[in-house]
Design a protein around this ligand. Structure first.
Ligand code: GCB
Length: 618
């Protein structure tokens, strides 16, 4: 009886609504409220982090009825695992019970927290219960730092919307939707890979699922400071340039901006759209640099809303083959890293993990990190600001993207925009990277060319780059890419000595770089199992990796215009592509630090090299 009723009802709905499920690639990237609040942690907020109940749902039983129609597209919107919890109203769905379900820590990936989720890809439902005391004259935003990959978000049983993209923040306006007292938020998290998504199905990292970054409920006044930028103007050490953007019913206001330590206090008037652009001449400043990562306290105050931030001021530009930081040529002593704690085998969980990674980079005498291959956490860029590390920030336009699909482009465009919007006040971030090792073709050149234009239009004060590919012609390693015209660096990955040649023969190769820009080698490296010692001709040994690094230094320093590098990679990281039972066991072993935190020989070789480069560039 129950099933017949259900079937009839479903058929009727299908007829009346002629509903069809949009495929993932056709769906909009997000219907979350446009731009997340700038500097969310600096706002009045309540954290919804902590233990969330979870239900593993590989068949998406909590989302689709037995005719594979989504519950939340039915007229009542009822029936899914997001629905109200009291048993009498539960109707058909006797299958779930959040109260009895186990918990996962948020922020955190699920793979590292539950053995049965280690290799899992698919849907997991997550629920958090919280109390709220919403006030009538305030606005409320439910903010997610990152959910990998697709999120359907429900508040008190009602759908707020969806979001796609595993590494960028999003928020929903929940003003008027909060109960006084008990509330519950349910998220359907789906980390399934799809060809038309960003990234696509094929990568070389672990596809960690879950709510991997903070969840916050922010409270702001009715008219609030939505966004702002305070940075030096492009290439101008004497001028701060930026904007403030208000949102709400009173867009026209006087907004003050002060940087007390720099003797700056000014007032601007926002227009009918809530926007004011400003230019402030400055005389004497301590410019932000790795040697002196000076951050100024900045206060922005509108009628009802005040936001405080800590901002570094510096310029970055290229001139010929040079990269100029605050007008002075610099060598980027870098290292690549993933957002993963090798000791935990999971995503970085918070500031402690992040400090550990950046501290390791500092021990290498690095002044620069490549945060590969997707946006890392906002906290990471803030720590880099504090610790004096320059940053290459990237979006997961990686390998073989569906270049011809307009929805795929829209998604990449959105992820890049969200990254730039989020981190535009971070002095540490000097490079926006629009992708990694994307094979040259007309549709790819067009796709990535448009991304380059997008990022420049959003922020012309930083450099734009991509990790390009090389090809070999006899003994020449050639860098030639039509995209190079659109970007600021000759940046490329090359695996001499590992994927081709060997650590001795590689020295017989020469580079032919057909791009007249500063050369920054975005990757090179070799796998070595920490603690495995043999002669330098033996693959997987620390000695092999060390010799390869030494010979890379010889090859690379012969390149005129070499201005930096980020060898691959700081620490071993998990990858399903790396099953070798003896040496890998699902780890990419190109780390300079092993999964037990042991520094390999190449770590010290790179440190010695960086010590020398630092002397040279003093
Ligand atoms: C690359 C990729 C990086 C891989 C690395 C490798 O070129 O950019 O994501 O992990 O090579 O180890 O093969």
């Amino acid at each position: 009886m129950k099933w017949i009723g259900n079937a009839l009802w479903a058929a009727l709905c299908a007829l009346v609504l002629s509903w069809h499920a949009p495929s993932l690639a056709q769906a909009p990237t997000s219907d979350a409220a446009a731009t997340p609040l700038q500097n969310i942690h600096g706002r009045q907020h309540q954290s919804l982090n902590g233990r969330w109940n979870f239900i593993i749902d590989p068949y998406e039983t909590g989302y689709y009825n037995y005719r594979r129609e989504p519950f939340d597209a039915t007229p009542s919107g009822k029936g899914g695992f997001y629905d109200d919890l009291a048993p009498p109203q539960k109707g058909e769905l006797v299958e779930y019970d959040f109260d009895l379900s186990p918990t996962l820590k948020v922020p955190g990936d699920w793979n590292s927290q539950a053995e049965k989720l280690a290799f899992y890809e698919g849907t997991v439902w997550m629920r958090q219960v919280f109390n709220a005391e919403p006030k009538g004259d305030k606005r409320y935003f439910l903010y997610f730092g990152a959910v990998n990959y697709q999120a359907h978000v429900y508040l008190n049983g009602k759908k707020l919307g969806t979001h796609k993209g595993g590494f960028t923040p999003f928020q929903f306006d929940v003003s008027g939707k909060l109960n006084k007292g008990r509330n519950f938020v349910v998220v359907k998290v789906d980390n399934m890979r799809h060809q038309d998504e960003i990234p696509t199905v094929n990568t070389d990292w672990w596809n960690y699922g879950g709510i991997t970054r903070d969840v916050l409920l922010a409270e702001v006044p009715a008219t609030y400071i939505a966004d702002y930028k305070v940075q030096l103007a492009k290439g101008d050490l004497k001028r701060i340039e930026g904007f403030v953007q208000l949102a709400g019913a009173q867009p026209r206001q006087s907004v003050s901006l002060s940087i007390p330590e720099a003797g700056i206090k000014t007032t601007v008037k926002t227009d009918a759209n809530g926007r004011a652009d400003f230019t402030i001449p400055v005389n004497k400043l301590r410019y932000w640099s790795p040697e002196d990562p000076k951050l100024y306290d900045v206060e922005i105050a509108a009628a009802l809303d005040t936001v405080n931030d800590r901002v570094g001021l510096r310029t970055i530009e290229t001139r010929g083959k040079d990269i100029l930081l605050n007008g002075k040529s610099i060598f980027l002593r870098g290292i690549s890293l993933h957002d993963e704690n090798p000791l935990m085998q999971g995503r970085l969980r918070g500031e402690g993990d992040m400090r550990m990674m950046l501290q390791w980079a500092r021990e290498l005498n690095a002044n620069y990190v490549r945060l590969a291959h997707y946006p890392h956490s906002e906290r990471m860029s803030r720590l880099a600001d504090e610790m004096g590390l320059l940053v290459w920030a990237e979006v997961p336009v990686y390998w073989t993207i569906s270049w011809n699909n307009p929805d795929t482009y829209r998604n990449a465009h959105q992820q890049l925009t969200d990254l730039v919007v989020r981190d535009k006040n971070r002095a540490s971030v000097i490079i926006w990277s629009i992708g990694n090792e994307t094979p040259v073709s007309a549709p790819r050149n067009d796709f990535m060319g448009r991304l380059a234009d997008t990022v420049r239009a959003l922020d012309d004060t930083r450099l734009v780059a991509a990790a390009l590919e090389v090809h070999r012609e006899g003994k020449l390693v050639v860098v030639e890419d039509p995209l190079a015209d659109k970007i600021d660096l000759a940046s490329f990955n090359e695996y001499a000595g590992w994927y081709w040649s060997d650590p001795t023969d590689m020295l017989t190769y020469r580079f032919d770089i057909k791009v007249d820009k500063p050369v920054v080698v975005s990757e090179f490296g070799a796998d070595a199992l920490g603690g495995y010692h043999a002669d330098s001709a033996t693959r997987w040994s620390e000695e092999y990796q060390e010799l390869l690094y030494q010979n890379q230094f010889t090859m690379l320093t012969a390149i005129p215009g070499l201005r930096g590098m980020t060898p691959w990679i700081l620490a071993d990281f998990r990858s399903p592509r790396r099953p070798h039972p003896r040496y890998q066991d699902f780890w990419n072993r190109k780390g300079l630090i092993s999964d037990t935190g042991q520094k390999k020989k190449a770590f010290y070789a790179l440190k010695r090299f960086y010590d020398q480069m630092q002397q040279k560039y003093r």
